[in-house]
Design a binder for this molecule. Structure first.
Ligand code: GAR
Length: 194
């Protein structure tokens, strides 16, 4: 990031589904002047996140897995020149080719990494595994993205007690509350400190 601190920083979001985190981030930055969400990228044409982006007047880009791995997504990012790329419920592996050009990429994971991370560990699969292992707490991890799933440097973690949760949905709800509360704020701090 770096550069002029007065200049509004540009955030690009990647999301594959509902987009409740994406919307929390969009709303948070609508209300202050350090950064703004300039685009939402999704690999799912039917994803609810696209409707959310539209409601906030934010341009969106839909792409295929091939377009992510080849040049389309990178070409769009080169035009947008984001200061920070945020994966908010993005379920494909983020390509190394893009990381080389835009290294400031962060992700949110719905568990306390290094537990319950890695390929195939996303959304409800994570919460089901946490329930199966009778964990008394779970949480969120915000981390830098590198070429390995869920293995980049940690930025922030927060735990929550789930002793009374009997279903993966109940755990998901607790985790979502944490995500909405902390993710936008952590992004804000990250952006201000660079
Ligand atoms: C979030 O809980 C996020 O942590 C998780 O997907 C959910 C998306 O919810 N991400 C992963 O599992 C990544 N491995 P949302 O679409 O409502 O923001």
């Amino acid at each position: 990031m770096g550069g002029n601190t007065i200049k509004m920083k540009k955030i690009v979001l990647f999301a594959s589904g509902n987009g409740s985190n994406a919307e929390a981030i969009i709303r948070y930055f609508e209300n202050q002047s350090i950064a703004t969400v300039v685009a939402v990228f999704s690999n799912k044409p039917e994803a609810k996140v696209l409707e959310r982006a539209k409601n906030h007047g934010i341009p969106s880009f839909v792409f295929t897995k091939t377009q992510l791995q080849e040049t389309y997504v990178l070409d769009q990012l080169r035009l947008l020149q984001p200061d920070l790329i945020v994966l908010a419920g993005f379920l494909l592996q983020f390509p190394t080719t893009i990381l080389k050009v835009f290294p400031n990429v962060i992700n949110i994971h719905p568990a306390l990494l290094p537990k319950y991370g890695g390929k195939g560990m996303y959304g409800m699969h994570v919460h089901q595994a946490v329930l199966d292992h009778k964990e008394i707490e779970t949480g969120i991890t915000i981390h830098y993205v590198n070429e390995q799933y869920d293995e980049g440097e940690f930025i922030f973690q927060k735990a929550v007690n789930i002793e009374e949760c009997k279903t993966p949905e109940a755990i998901a709800q607790k985790v979502h509350e944490l995500e909405h509360q902390y993710f936008p704020e952590v992004i804000g701090k990250l952006i201000t400190n660079h």
